[in-house]
Design a protein around this ligand. Structure first.
Ligand SMILES: [Zn+2]
Length: 197
C-alpha cells in the first residue's frame, strides 16, 4: 500500500463529500459505479424461449419434481412453437440478523452501495467491488440462511483492508461507529502492526 494513503487516512473519518469542496463532485464516482452495475443486468430471462427469445409461453404440463421441492413446467413458445422446461423452486431466503436482534433479507445491492461510498474518489481496480459483493454473497450462502450483520461487516472489512487502506478506514469508521479519535488511532495502529505482503 503506498504511503501516501496513510497520510490522507485521517480524512477518512470525514464523510466522502467533505473531501472536496462540492458534494456533487465527490459523489459522482458512486453514481457511475451504481449505473454501471445497473447496465450489467437485462440479459435474457430463463423464462424466455431458448429458441427464439420470445417471452410469450404457454404452460402445457405442470408436475411436482425433486420429491415435491420443485415444480416442473413444460412450456410451449407462442411464437416458434418449440417446447422447453422450467423448474420453479422456492429461493432460500438469506436473512441478516442485526445487532438489535431484528432481521432483514440479505441484499447484495446494499453491500454494493456501502462499498461504493467507501471507495468514492479512490482509484481502485475495475470490477473489484463486484468481486467483493460476490465474495460476501458466497459467504452468506455458506454460513446462512441466517447470518449476523456483524460477521458480514467483518468480511467486508477484511476485503477492503486488502483493497485500499482509506476505503477500509472509511468503512470501519461507519461500521464500528468510531466515537472519537482514540478509536481511530487504535485502528491505525492495528493496520500498521499488520504484516503486509
Ligand atoms: Zn420461441
Amino acid at each position: 500500500m503506498p504511503g501516501g494513503h496513510r497520510l490522507s487516512a485521517r480524512r477518512a473519518l470525514l464523510p466522502p463529500h467533505r473531501h472536496r469542496m462540492g458534494l456533487s463532485i465527490a459523489q459522482k464516482p458512486v453514481r457511475r459505479i451504481l449505473r454501471a452495475a445497473e447496465r450489467g443486468r437485462g440479459s435474457l430471462s430463463p423464462m424466455n424461449c431458448p429458441f427464439c427469445g420470445g417471452d410469450d409461453t404457454r404452460v402445457v404440463d405442470s408436475r411436482p419434481a425433486e420429491g415435491g421441492a420443485a415444480i416442473r413446467r413444460r412450456r410451449e413458445c407462442e411464437r416458434c412453437s418449440n417446447r422447453f422446461t422450467t423448474y420453479e423452486r422456492r429461493d432460500e431466503a438469506l436473512v441478516v440478523i442485526k445487532r438489535d436482534g431484528s432481521v432483514q433479507p440479505f441484499s447484495p445491492s446494499k453491500v454494493f452501495t456501502g462499498l461504493g461510498y467507501a471507495v468514492a474518489d479512490l482509484d481502485i481496480p475495475p470490477g473489484s467491488l463486484d468481486r467483493i459483493v460476490r465474495e460476501i454473497e458466497m459467504f452468506v450462502r455458506e454460513e446462512g440462511p441466517r447470518v449476523n450483520s456483524e460477521d458480514i461487516g467483518h468480511r467486508v472489512l477484511d476485503a477492503l483492508r486488502d483493497l485500499d487502506e482509506v476505503a477500509y478506514l472509511r468503512f470501519a469508521s461507519v461500521y464500528k461507529e468510531f466515537r472519537g479519535a482514540s478509536d481511530f488511532e487504535v485502528e491505525m495502529a492495528a493496520l500498521e502492526e499488520q504484516p503486509r505482503s
